[in-house]
Design a protein around this ligand. Structure first.
Ligand code: F3S
Length: 291
């Protein structure tokens, strides 16, 4: 298939600040000569992208799960993933006396600190996000009596008392529109809820850029890991605007047929998708089309 086509990249896409920092931290550990003979582990997925995870495995890190912490030895190097960990896991790691490196994104840590502050001030805690996401599990493990909601319908069933004060925070990758819907509801019915919007700027920028892109092109490829929450959201946003939206983890997922007759192709990528993956996919598209 060969016809004149152009490829347009979203204005903002790919690695965010937090992922970049996590990747650099691991690279620095590998480069430090003092670490050559130490065992090096990453707890869970460093970032939600298989390519990044496998790349560090090839370079010498072993990925371990929380259930495997008991096998760690004193002095082993352990990197905490960008989404953070629960209070319980943090305590277990400290007891093991491992050499801990924290790649938790600063924006995730800030939410945790703010919730701890709010509890001290006597607030009850509400949280908007996905209970099953590691970031949310980590943050919420530090709070007592916390209520977590993923959707407006769930929020409407919340036990919120008019005579108590509440502090509400959000998952960093929450869908902006979903948040605004829930915020509007709370402001209307519960003025006693203080809203601390912590949707990450990088996430918002990528969501907005994807919206603009999806309107502009005939087909959109959202590049990133299927486990990546922010990649999935970019896919949902794009798909709702442009039905010709496809999620690709690597160039192998690209099917020629979907490019048939398309001359304006859009690319966007989640915050944990490395430039190398983006380039490989872009090159494959260019190879198929005359772009
Ligand atoms: Fe951090 Fe935002 Fe990235 S929370 S990991 S900078 S998407």
């Amino acid at each position: 298939m060969s016809h004149k086509a152009i490829i347009i990249r979203a204005n903002k896409m790919g690695f965010c600040f937090g992922v970049m920092k996590a990747v650099r931290l691991c690279e620095n550990i590998l480069q430090n000569p003092n670490n050559v003979n130490k065992k090096k582990y990453i707890l869970g997925m460093l970032v939600h992208n298989d390519f990044v995870v496998q790349d560090f495995q090839k370079k010498g890190f072993v990925t371990i799960e929380e259930s495997e912490i008991s096998s760690l030895k004193k002095g082993d190097i352990v990197v905490i993933r960008a989404h953070g960990i629960t209070k319980e896991i943090q305590q277990k790691l400290e007891e093991k006396e491992v050499e801990l490196y924290d790649a938790t994104c600063i924006f995730v840590s800030q939410i945790k600190w703010k919730i701890l502050w709010a509890m001290e001030q006597g607030y009850d805690i509400l949280f908007l996000g996905d209970k099953e996401h590691p970031e949310v599990k980590g943050i919420t493990s530090y709070a007592e009596n916390i209520q977590v909601f993923a959707e407006l319908e769930e929020l409407k069933r919340a036990k919120i008392q008019k005579d108590r004060k509440y502090f509400l925070s959000t998952q960093t990758t929450l869908h902006q529109k979903k948040f605004l819907e829930m915020k509007k509801y709370l402001e209307e019915f519960y003025p006693n809820v203080y809203i601390f919007n912590k949707i990450c700027g990088a996430t918002q920028e990528r969501q907005r850029a994807t919206e603009i892109l999806a309107k502009e092109v005939e087909i959109v490829f959202v590049l990133g890991g299927r486990k990546s929450s922010n990649t999935k959201k970019l896919y949902e946003i794009s798909k709702s605007i442009n039905p010709n939206t496809y999620l690709l983890e690597s160039e192998e997922d690209l099917e020629e047929a979907c490019l048939q007759g398309k001359s304006k192709i859009g690319l966007t990528a989640g915050a944990s998708t490395p430039e190398e993956i983006i380039r490989n996919i872009e090159n494959k598209i260019r190879g198929i089309l005359d772009a």
